[in-house]
Each structure stands twice: as C-alpha cells, then as structure tokens.
Design a protein around this ligand. Sequence first.
Ligand code: SF4
Length: 360
Amino acid sequence: MRVSSELYSSPIEDATIPGMDVLSTKMINAANHNYRLGDRLSKFTFGPVRSRRLGVSLGVNNVPYKTCSYSCIYCQLGRTGNFSIERREFYRWEDIVEDVLKSVEELEGKLDYVTFVPDGEPLLDKSIGKEIEEIKKGISVPIAVITNSSLLFLEECRRDLSEADLVSLKVDAFNERVWRTVNRPHPRLKLNEILYGIEEFSKDYRGKIITETMLVKGFNEERVELEKIASFLQRLNPHRAYISIPVRPPAESYATPPEPEKLVEAYEVFREKLGEGKVELLNLPEPPPPSAHGDPKSWLLSVTSVHPLRLKYALSSLRTISEDPEKVISELEDGQWIRIVEYMGEKFVVRWFKDIQKLE
Ligand code: SF4
C-alpha cells in the first residue's frame, strides 16, 4: 500500500474507492489528522490526489476518523468505530474553509476539484453546506462531494449538497437484506427512505451526478439485484455510473471481488439500462486512450481497466499497432494481467489483478 508522507506533498493516484478511492492513502495521518501540504501542515486538506473520475483533486476531511453511518464489509478503513447518523459540527466551519482556501492558493492552477472525501461520511458534518458555500465564494475550482447517500432522506442534506458541482452517490444494493449485509447501516436507517432521498435529490440537483456501486462476491453480484440497481440508477440519469470491486484489504476478509464473468455481466446489465459510454469499471486510475496507440500491452491494459472489451475488437484494434495481437493477448493472460471470459456467447477481455487473486 502506498502509505508514505511524501504522498501528501505530491499528486497521488487512487485506485478504487468505496465512496473513496483515496481513503487508504490517508490512513497514515488518521491519528493526528494533520496532512502535509507543501511546507504546511494542514488539518483538513490532503493531496492533491489524482483519480480518473475527478482528475487532480484536493481532498477535504471534514469528519473525525471513521465516523460513518455505514460499516461496509469492504471498507478499506476497517470497521466503523464511530457509528452515527447524528449530524454534528465536529470542527469550526470557519477553520475548514480557511484551511481549504489556503491549500487551494498554494496549489493554484493545478486542481480540477476540491473534494469532500473524509475518513467517513461527509454529510455527518452539519456545516458542510455552509463550508461549500463559503469555499465557493473564495475559489473558482469546482467542488465535489463523495457520499454514501445514507442521509439524503433528510431535506437539509439534499439542500447542503445543492451548491456542490459534482456529487458521487453510493448505491450498492436495492434489496434491504443485501444492503444490510454489505453496507451494515446504522440500525435507524431505512433503505426505502434512502432510495427515495437519492431520487428526490437527483430531480432538483443542477450539478453533475455520478454513482458508484461496489460489487462483492456472493453478496450483490446476482443478476436480479444488478438489474434492480441499474434500473434505479437509470432514474437518476447520472453522468456516469461506476462499478468498483474491492482491490484493497477490506474490513472483512470475506469481502472479495466477483469472478470476472460476473464483472462482465454487471457491466453489460448496467450498460443496457444506462446506455453506451455511461458505465465504467473503476479498477485502475489511468484513463484509456481513445484509440489503439503506443505500446500494445499498455494500451490493452489501460482500456480494459475501464470496461470489458470484446475479444474481436481487442484483436482488430491491436492489429493497427502490433504484428501479432494474439501473442500480446496470450502473454498478458499468462502473466495474469487479463482474463478472457465468455458472456452470452461472446468472448471478452477483462482486466485482472494479481492483487485480487491474493484476496481470494
Ligand atoms: S461508507 Fe462504507 S466504505 Fe465509506 S467510509 Fe463508511 S464504512 Fe467505509
């Protein structure tokens, strides 16, 4: 795991995020809650962090370590210590705003987003709306919030997010039992209220909505559940729906990634409901090049990190940059970088990871 103090002074790459691609990189400073940003120690900001979804972003940590309304089985921060649905002012909002403005000034011109992505659920901070409003007065960088969506049944939370430029919503389940086993919510939460809140938010919100669905083997990977999730996401009309899998050590060792065949199925189910270009796998940080170019192996790994690729398309694209595309594919397969899987009579190339196999 890339856990080093230098990470806080230079752009770092995220991998996959449960609500947060970047959480694991923050663990090192979780105890003292001080991040090094250039020459300065920042209490509330960290990064910049590079992610495929948000480009280069300054992270804002506005709640104490692992204060969350969920205790997801795949959480890379471990089990939730401070389990709560009570919104509070954990810190003075003025201090958070001041810290963010200073950090943005230091990183001037280098940021695509300022992102609220704490070590827990950002909407538990009662002042987040005020913070967003005040930060926006001082900077032109767009603001993103990555939330587990659990508090969106509250009108005040939907209002607090209204000024954010991008909101990432977690939807891992549509079925109450699945939700309880995967997200392990606070006992006072109700899934139907949350789904209602998410939909209400999507009707009024003027910014960009993206969604994230973490798939866990044996829990929420069944077609019937995937179809229900995808139909629900369709109603939100998200800019993009991301499918992720646990690739970092999870809170519970039994939270493992689905088989590649299931990943292809999930991608196809989502794509059918949401449309071409609206679904991405969130496995690797690099964005794919638009057409085959450069090193054939790198190109294929990069493209398949975003979505499964039909084998016939992989071969025809590779043919434009390689004399022996079959060899490129078989070498990557032998090295366990990719897997070829069959779905509905068609062969797909799926990005695979040695790390994932360690988790299995
Ligand atoms: S929502 Fe889940 S993954 Fe995100 S911090 Fe809370 S427990 Fe961890």
